[in-house]
Design a protein around this ligand. Structure first.
Ligand code: SF4
Length: 526
């Protein structure tokens, strides 16, 4: 591919490796030029304001003393710094804008969890209005319950805490293994099981809905969690089974019936009634999100991608999975991000001095090393155009309230659930996992694929040979980067980066554009 150079020669001018020492945080803040440094500093102050605000919410101090995972949130500013490394101009503003709503959303989830929690906030009336939902559920079955709260207690406990502190899951993995769960299980369900075994989840809600996303590993975790919910805490738990062969026509009726059953269960348990008006309003917002996301992907298929990397993925994740159109705020942020993407594209804004390769990132990412997507661009000039988890919903759903659309809506909610971020490519056969990758490569003009090889994910490792064979045939440069999802003891962050370094030096025979980033002493860092 043709090398794209930064005409403005602003981004990536300094040697960014100099910012790192051997401690938990960087040696100093990054100098981005006066205007961008002031902007970034302003966002940093606003972030602290948000953190102080949430610390004043009901049950927060008790929660901090009761739950191990709560401490990790003190290092949120470090996470934001990881995700803004080397950024300038519109790209910096896009990342901060998206992170703004992501942080707000997680803060709201923590606030709701602690308020409903029997041990801390203990707001009984509020808890009666809460439905515990699985972290891996696309919460489409809550779109028509505007008066109920979908309590996603696994998000702050596992998902986002591992983004903030790479060691957040380690203790719970050890707890699960001490209990007898084998060490080669995927660390995500294993951590969730460990949290439940140690009784470190908040306890609240009138009932719970679990889904079989994403795989048999996550079903194992769910069975341990459901056991505790029902037997110890008397919280009835519904199991929603979404078909794994989600592309097959003959599984759709069954998937729609499962959605109906989940809704019926919630109605029976909470006394709430499904509200079609609220559902179709949510559907409109989901469609707006889908339109924006495809527009941003179109920009990323040009020489000047604008919204990419870890935050692009997290934004899609929070927007679809956690909210599914239920948030009134997300569309406002969609529009703000959209305006910045268009401006950045017009101004040919870049994150690095040059882009040498256009890379599609496939597979399930390590939470603890997700910032690596920016590192690839800054160290090697390899631009991550998009990632597998962002390639979710690709068609609009019915948004007008008509009798026919009310029946179609169950199929649409099932479609959203089936396309939950991890499962829509890891399950459903080689077509969704392998063939679709090449279609996206063509669409995004990619000449390289970085394949996250999560060593405990059977869904992906089973297709290793097919990826290799087909990439060779298509002339795509394919680099495998192995990791263990949220356990940094198996592959440290540097061990993850080293696999990429080795490939770039020995196979691509290239030199880094910023050699100071090749090896970082961040073993002690969060
Ligand atoms: S990463 Fe793989 S093994 Fe782990 S939950 Fe997802 S699909 Fe299952």
């Amino acid at each position: 591919m043709a090398i794209v150079k930064n005409e403005k020669k602003k981004a990536g001018q300094q040697t960014l490796g100099g910012l790192y020492g051997t401690g938990k945080v960087k040696k100093r803040r990054e100098w981005r030029g006066f205007k961008d440094t002031m902007y970034d500093y302003g966002r940093w102050l606003i972030l602290w304001k948000k953190m102080i605000k949430i610390s004043l919410s009901r049950g927060f101090v008790k929660g901090l003393l009761r739950y191990r995972w709560m401490y990790y949130y003190l290092s949120v500013p470090y996470m934001v710094d990881k995700f803004t490394l080397g950024q300038r101009d519109e790209i910096l503003r896009i990342t901060h804008t998206a992170l703004d709503i992501i942080v707000d959303d997680v803060a709201l989830v923590i606030k709701c969890c602690l308020r409903a929690d029997r041990r801390t906030g203990n707001d009984k009336a509020y808890s009666e209005k809460c439905v515990l939902v699985d972290e891996n559920a696309m919460v489409s079955f809550m779109m028509g319950f505007p008066d109920l709260v979908a309590l996603e207690r696994e998000v702050p406990t596992l998902f986002s805490s591992n983004l903030i502190n790479k060691n957040s899951a380690v203790h719970y993995i050890d707890v699960a293994q001490a209990y007898g769960i084998p060490g080669d299980v995927c660390p995500m369900p294993e951590t969730e099981a460990g949290i439940s075994i140690e009784d470190d989840f908040v306890v609240g809600g009138k009932c719970a809905v679990q889904v079989n996303s994403t795989c048999d590993g996550s079903m194992l975790g769910n069975s341990i969690i459901a056991n505790r919910l029902e037997k110890d805490y008397g919280i009835p738990t519904f199991q929603m089974a979404t078909p794994l062969r989600h592309k097959e026509e003959d599984t759709q009726k069954y998937a729609a019936e499962e959605i109906k059953a989940a809704i019926r269960f919630i109605e029976e348990q909470t006394g709430a009634k499904w509200n079609w008006k609220a559902y179709f309003e949510c559907a409109k917002r989901v469609n707006e999100t889908t339109k924006h996301r495809w527009d941003w992907l179109d920009v990323n298929s040009t020489d000047y991608p604008q919204f990419f990397g870890a935050v692009f993925s997290l934004y899609n994740d929070t927007n679809y999975m956690g909210n599914c159109g239920r948030s009134l705020t997300f569309p406002l942020y969609d529009r703000r991000v959209d305006a910045l993407v268009n401006k950045g594209f017009k101004n040919k804004c870049m994150i690095a001095p040059e882009y040498r390769h256009r890379c599609l990132v496939w597979g399930v990412q390590p939470q603890y090393a997700f910032d690596m997507l920016y590192w690839m661009a800054l160290c090697w000039g390899v631009m991550p155009l998009t990632d597998m988890l962002s390639m979710v919903i690709d068609k609009p759903i019915a948004e007008e309230d008509t009798p026919e659309n009310r029946e179609q809506a169950y199929y649409d909610m099932a479609y959203l659930s089936e396309n939950m971020i991890m499962r829509n490519h890891t399950h459903g056969g080689y077509k969704v996992l392998v063939d679709e990758l090449w279609e996206h490569c063509e669409r995004m003009n990619a000449d390289m694929v970085m394949l996250w090889e999560h060593i405990a994910c059977k869904a992906l490792t089973g297709m290793h040979g097919q990826f290799e064979e087909q990439a060779r045939k298509r002339g795509i440069n394919l680099v495998w980067v192995a990791h263990d999802l949220c356990d940094p003891r198996i592959y440290t962050k540097q061990a993850v980066r080293d696999q990429f370094n080795l490939y770039m030096r020995t196979i691509m025979r290239e030199e880094p554009i910023d050699p100071t980033l090749e090896v970082l002493q961040d073993d002690e860092a969060w």
